[in-house]
Design a protein around this ligand. Sequence first.
Ligand code: ADP
Ligand code: MG
Length: 240
Amino acid sequence: MITVKNLHKSYGKLDILKGIDLEIRKGEVVVVIGPSGSGKSTFLRCLNLLEQPTDGVIEFEGESITDRKHNINATREKMGMVFQQFNLFPHKNVLRNITLAPIKVKKQKPEEAEAIAVDLLRTVGLEDKKSAYPSQLSGGQKQRIAIARALAMQPHVMLFDEPTSALDPEMVGEVLEVMKNLAEQGMTMVIVTHEMGFAREVGDRILFMDGGNIVEEGTPEEVFGSPKHPRTQDFLSKVL
Ligand code: ADP
Ligand code: MG
C-alpha cells in the first residue's frame, strides 16, 4: 500500500530523516518506537506530506505522491491522522466535528454524514456524546472522537502519532482498545507509541528508529524478544 524509498528530510543543514526505506502492506499494523527526537513524528508527517520530503519517493496505492504533479489533497483524504493533542474544533459539538470534513470535502449530504457519524460514535463507545462540546469530554473521550472523525473520511490508512501520550494513565486503555478493534477489522495502521505492551500485542511489525534511521525492524517477538542492535537493546532496557 505504501512504499518509501530513500526518504530524506532536512531543515536547513539539519538532517532529520537520513534515508528511510520501507514497505507497508494493506492491512498491516506497523508500530514505530524509538527515543524522543529520533524522527518518528517527522517520518509520519512526511508519509501524508504534512512535511515535504527533501529527497526520496513515497508511493501510495501505486502512485508516487511525492511527484510534483500529484494531487496532495486527494491522497490526504485517504490517510487519516490522529495526533497527541486531539485537535478537535472547540466551538463545534461532537457531531459537527465528525461531519464537517465529509460534508465539505467529500460532499456528503448532512443526513448521510450524520448517520455515518452516529455509527462511528457507536464503534468508539460514545453514542451518547454527539451533542457534547470538546470541553465537556475527558481526554480519552476526546481522543476517541478524534479517531472517529478521522475514520469518517473513510481513509485507507490511519496514522497515529503518540495518541495516548497526553492522556491520564486511566484513559490510555480505552483509546488503545479502540485502536486494537480497528486493527482487528483490517485497517492499515502506522502507529508511533511508547506503549510497548500494545506494540507487542497489536503490531504486525515493529520499527525501531534512532537518529533519523530505521535501525532495526522485525516482528514484535524479534524486536522485543531478542533485539539485535545495541541501540535497540539500550532503548528497550530503559522502557520495558
Ligand atoms: P520524535 O517524534 O521521534 O520525537 P521528531 O520527528 O519530532 O522526533 O523530531 C526529530 C528532530 O527534528 C528533532 O531533533 C527536532 O528538534 C527536529 N525538528 C522537528 N521539526 C523541526 C522543524 N520544523 N525545524 C527544525 N527542526 C525540527
Ligand atoms: Mg514525536
